[in-house]
Design a protein around this ligand. Structure first.
Ligand code: IMP
Ligand code: MG
Length: 178
C-alpha cells in the first residue's frame, strides 16, 4: 500500500476542519453524530479539537461491499441515545464516496426534528458522487482509489493504521482486474 495522507497531514487537515466547524456553530450547543464504524478515529480526534458545548452520539451504516464495490446499505439508528429534537446536528463520516450513505441518513435523522443537520467527512473521492448533495465540511479531496486506515477498512482490516493509504491492485483480492 502507498501512504496518501500521513499523520502530520491528517493532524493539520483535522485541525482546520475543527476550526471551520467551530466558526460555523460559534457558541451554539452541538450534537455530533458519528457514523460507525468508519468515523471512529476521526470522531475521537475531532471532538477534542472543538471547544463548544457538545453531545456526542452514534449511528451505524454498513454497505455490504463485495470487495471494494458498494453493495446494499443498511442503516441502524439504534445506537442513537440522545434526543436530537431542536438540536444542531453534525453528522460525521469517514468518506464521501458515492454519497449514498449520507444521502439516506440525513432524511432519517431529519424526521427526528433537529434544528439543523450538516455533514462533515474526512475524505471525499473525486468523480464518484451519485447523489444530489455534497458534504458541508470536507478535510481532504482524494483521487478515486480504495483507501484504508484512520478508521477506513478493507474486509474489516486496517482501521488502526494512523495514516490513510491507497491499496494497490495486488492487495485487492478477487477484484476484477486485480
Ligand atoms: P458512500 O455511501 O458510497 O458515500 O460510501 C460511504 C461508505 O463506504 C463509507 O462510510 C465507507 O465506510 C465506505 N467506503 C467508501 N469508499 C471507501 C474506501 O475507499 N475505503 C474504505 N471504505 C470506503
Ligand atoms: Mg462507513
Amino acid at each position: 500500500m502507498k501512504v496518501l495522507i500521513n499523520e502530520e497531514q491528517l493532524r493539520q487537515g483535522i485541525a482546520q476542519l475543527a476550526e471551520r466547524i467551530r466558526t460555523q456553530y460559534r457558541d451554539r450547543p452541538l450534537t455530533i453524530v458519528g457514523v460507525m464504524i468508519g468515523s471512529l478515529v476521526l470522531l475521537a480526534d475531532l471532538i477534542r479539537l472543538i471547544d463548544l458545548p457538545m453531545r456526542v452520539d452514534l449511528v451505524q451504516a454498513r454497505s455490504y461491499r463485495e470487495g471494494t464495490r458498494p453493495g446494499p446499505l443498511v442503516i441502524n439508528l439504534d445506537l442513537l441515545s440522545s434526543d436530537i429534537r431542536g438540536r444542531d446536528v453534525l453528522l460525521v463520516d469517514d468518506i464521501f464516496d458515492t454519497g449514498n450513505t449520507l444521502w439516506e441518513l440525513v432524511p432519517q435523522l431529519d424526521e427526528l426534528g433537529p434544528a439543523s443537520i450538516r455533514t462533515a467527512v474526512l475524505l471525499r473521492k473525486e468523480g464518484r458522487c451519485e447523489v444530489r448533495m455534497q458534504p458541508d465540511f470536507v478535510a481532504f479531496d482524494i483521487p478515486d482509489g480504495f483507501v484504508v486506515g484512520y478508521g477506513l477498512d478493507y474486509g474489516d482490516l486496517y482501521r488502526n493504521l494512523p495514516y490513510v493509504a491507497v491499496l494497490e491492485p495486488h492487495e485487492l483480492s478477487g477484484e476484477p482486474g486485480s
